[in-house]
Design a protein around this ligand. Sequence first.
Ligand code: NAP
Length: 204
Amino acid sequence: MSKNKKVGVMGGTFDPIHYGHLVTAEAARTHFNLDKVIFTPTGKPPHKKGYSVTPAEDRYLMTVLAINSNPYFDISRMEIERPGLTYTVDTLEQFYNELGKDVKLYFISGADAVLDILTWKDVEKVLGYCTFIAATRPGYPVEELNQKLLQIKQMYGQEVYPMEVTGLDISSTDIRRRVKEGLSIKYLLPESVETYIQKSGLYR
Ligand code: NAP
C-alpha cells in the first residue's frame, strides 16, 4: 500500500535544543519532502543512566520556544510522559498506532546515536517502523558510519540515510560548558531559549 503522508520524528535529549537541531529537522523535511516534523524530547534515556540530564519539563519548554516560528514543526510529550526508561521502539509504535498505517515515519537523529542502534531495544522492530535519517556534522568520519549502515542493510535489509548538515557543529555539550564557564551562547540557539536558560539558571 502506498503511504499518503510522510512524518519525521525528531528524537533527541535536546539539553538544550540549538540551531544545529533546527537546521537538521528543516533539512530532513525539505530533502525527504516530509509533511511535518514532530520533535520528541526523550524522557529518561537508557543510555544516560550515569549522567545528570536536565528535567524533562525544562527540555520540553525550551523545545516549544525553539520550534514556535516554523509551521511544519510540532512537538510531542509522548516520551516525557511515559513512565520508565525511554525506548524508541515504544515511541515509534505509539506514533504508528496514533497516526495510522497510511503515514510513513522517518526517525531523524544524530549519527552517533545511530551508530549505537544495533544495541537498542528491539532494533528489528525499530527499523521496521521507520526510515532512519542519520545527521552528521561537517568533517564527520563517515567510514565507521558507512560500515555500520552496510551491516544494518545486510542484517535487516533496511536502508539508513546519512545526511550531512552544515551548521551541526553546534553541540549541546558545548553550550552547557559555555554557560557553566560564563561564556556567551548567543547565536548558537534561539534567543527565546537563551533567555529561558538565563532566567531558570540552567547549566550553571
Ligand atoms: P546523544 O547520544 O546525546 O547524541 C549523539 C549525538 O547526536 C550528539 O552529537 C548529539 O548532539 C547528536 N544528536 C542527537 N539528537 C540529534 C538530532 N535529533 N539531530 C541532530 N543531532 C542530534 O543522543 P540522544 O539525544 O540521547 O538520543 C537521540 C535519539 O535516539 C533519542 O530519540 C533517543 O531516545 C534515541 N535513543 C534510543 C535508544 C533506545 O531505544 N534504546 C538508545 C539511545 C538513543 P547534541 O548533543 O548537540 O544533541
